[in-house]
Each structure stands twice: as structure tokens, then as C-alpha cells.
Ligand binder design. Structure first.
Ligand code: CP
Length: 314
């Protein structure tokens, strides 16, 4: 593995899940691996879990960590080749990526989509630009369209809690007050279709995922039918792919409630967090002993640690 931007960078996803699981039971085993190595984390938007879990992962491996809040503390980046930088942008990504590579042995990048220009967002210009001009490996800490560290942690969480060898896993769209990225849903489908699970997606009509991720995954437009017999219910809001970045309707009855969870096979509730209580999911579900949201957040450490360790070993 040379970088970690999407599932396509991972030769054997199941083996990476197994590695994360092993690290969880012996988190300090690789303390020498990262000695005298530095992880640089560049954040272009807010984060709690990704920031802290990735730092903890690096510390478990004996690494130093540098963090930059690029949206507040960095120069405004230019991406276009041949650009005449006479307006807002102050530093070209060519120099920025090459310079950070002088200070760090691995670079993590956290980006956010515009939700305005689909072509630009799906081209992933920040992640691919850094990967192109950096001379060290690049890790996605969530990009405009994917969140692979989250999906790796989610696969691990499902593997740890599954009551059967091939559980039914339902990804359900849930209501929200703001237009949100498609990254968690895209990534969840991309990863979990490789896992030993029966994957079903449910959403109101119009919220179909990008074809490159959603094609071939069963969609059930009736949420109650989809939830029937589910072992895991993964709730997440996402904005429309077409018209891009828009909220098509509020659909408050898509919120996950105790009544909806009663349709499942005593299923577990999952969400990547942060979550808006009583909009996405009712308190009674989130606070129940079937909620795995804290376990998912914990597993973000071992997902990141498995990825960083693999890159360091290389
Ligand atoms: N799930 C997740 O990525 O959380 P943060 O946005 O807080 O990093």
C-alpha cells in the first residue's frame, strides 16, 4: 500500500480489518515502528474524532504529530497548473505538498466538498493534488467524496459485534437540517460490499448514490421493509447527487426511532458521529445498549493505526 485515499489503495481490505483488530488488543506493539517519524495532519474543516483518533494512533506507534488547521492558519491554495495567481490564492499546491513532505513522513489530509460543483468535488483536487506533489504517502482523513478511515472502523465494529457469519447491514438515509457530503455513504458502500455481509441501502427516491459507488447494491425504497430483520442499522444523511448537493425534502419520518429498531433482528444502531439527536435518531435509540456509536469512534484509533503501520512498514 503506497497511500490510503480509497479502497482501491488497499490490496486486501479484510486483512487490513484483521490487522486493526489485532492492534486493538496490543496497541503498543509497534512503538518502535514510528520512532523518529512524524505524521502531519492538515485539516481544511472541523473534526473531533478523526483528529484525535489519528493522533492517538500515531502516538501508539511512537510517532510525533504536527497538526495544521489549514482553513484558519494556512495560506489559500491554488490548484490549477499555469494559474496566474493574482487574485485570492497565495500558495500553489505544488509547493505546499512538496514542503510538507520535507517535515513529515506521512501526510493526512481532511477536506470537505463544495456541494456546488459535482465535477470538481468528485475529481478530489485537494487529495489527488497532494498525492501527486507530495514525496511521502498521503492518507485521506475524509475527502470530498469518501471517508475510508471511517469505513474501515465501521467494518471492524460490525465484525466484532456480528451475531451471525453474514449479517444483514442496512445503510439508511436519515433526515438532517443541512446539506451534507455523500462521503460516508459512498465509502460505506464501497467497503462493505467487499465484506461478508448482506448490504441493503434505503433512502427516499432522489437520494440515489453516485453510480460509481451505488451501482449493483440493492436499494429498497420502503425503509420499514429494508429494516426488517436487519442486524445492523447504519444511519446517515447525505445530500442529493442529482441535483448535486441539494436537500430534496425533509422526510422527518425517516428518523430512526425505537419503533423502527423494533422491526430489526434486535439490530445494532450505528452512526459515524457527530449526530443531531432527535433529527437523525431518537434519544431512546442512541442511548440504548444496542447503540455502537462509541465503539465505532474507539475503532477509529485502530483503523488509523493499521493504515499508518502498514505505510511505515513499507
Ligand atoms: N466521524 C468523523 O469523521 O468525525 P469528525 O468529523 O469529528 O472527525
Amino acid at each position: 500500500m503506497k497511500q490510503f485515499i480509497s479502497l482501491h489503495d488497499v490490496p486486501d481490505p479484510a486483512a487490513l480489518v484483521a490487522k486493526a483488530r489485532a492492534l486493538k488488543y496490543n496497541p503498543l506493539a509497534g512503538q518502535q515502528l514510528g520512532k523518529h517519524k512524524t505524521l502531519g495532519l492538515l485539516f481544511f474543516n472541523a473534526s473531533l474524532r478523526t483528529r484525535m483518533s489519528t493522533q492517538r494512533a500515531a502516538q501508539n506507534l511512537g510517532m510525533e504529530v504536527m497538526v495544521m488547521n489549514m482553513d484558519k492558519e494556512g495560506w489559500q491554495l491554488e490548484f490549477d497548473t499555469g494559474a496566474v495567481m493574482a487574485a485570492g490564492s497565495q500558495e500553489h499546491i505544488k509547493e505546499a505538498a512538496a514542503v510538507v513532505s520535507q517535515y513529515c513522513d506521512i501526510i493526512g489530509i481532511r477536506a470537505f466538498p463544495s456541494l456546488v460543483n459535482r465535477a470538481e468535488d468528485y475529481a478530489e483536487k485537494l487529495l489527488t493534488g497532494f498525492a501527486r506533489y507530495a514525496t511521502v504517502p498521503v492518507i485521506s482523513l475524509e475527502s470530498a467524496t469518501l471517508h475510508p478511515l471511517q469505513s474501515l472502523a465501521d467494518w471492524l465494529t460490525i465484525a466484532e459485534h456480528s451475531p451471525v457469519p453474514r449479517p444483514k447491514v442496512v445503510l439508511t438515509w436519515a433526515p438532517h437540517v443541512k446539506a451534507l457530503p455523500q462521503s460516508v455513504a459512498n465509502s460505506f458502500v464501497q467497503w462493505l460490499r467487499q465484506a461478508p455481509v448482506e448490504l441493503v441501502v434505503t433512502h427516499p427516491g432522489g437520494y440515489e448514490l453516485a453510480p460509481e459507488f451505488g451501482e449493483g447494491v440493492p436499494v429498497e425504497y420502503d425503509q420499514d421493509k429494508a429494516l426488517a430483520g436487519a442486524d445492523f442499522v447504519y444511519a446517515k444523511n447525505w445530500s442529493a447527487y442529482h441535483p448535486y448537493g441539494k436537500i430534496l425534502g425533509n422526510f422527518p419520518d425517516w428518523m430512526i426511532t425505537k419503533e423502527k429498531m423494533a422491526l430489526t433482528n434486535n439490530g445494532y444502531f450505528m452512526h459515524c458521529l457527530p449526530v443531531r439527536r432527535n433529527v437523525v435518531v431518537a434519544d431512546a435509540v442512541l442511548d440504548s445498549d444496542r447503540s455502537l456509536v462509541i465503539a465505532q469512534a474507539e475503532n477509529r484509533i485502530y483503523a488509523a493505526q493499521a493504515v499508518i503501520a502498514t505505510l511505515l512498514e513499507k
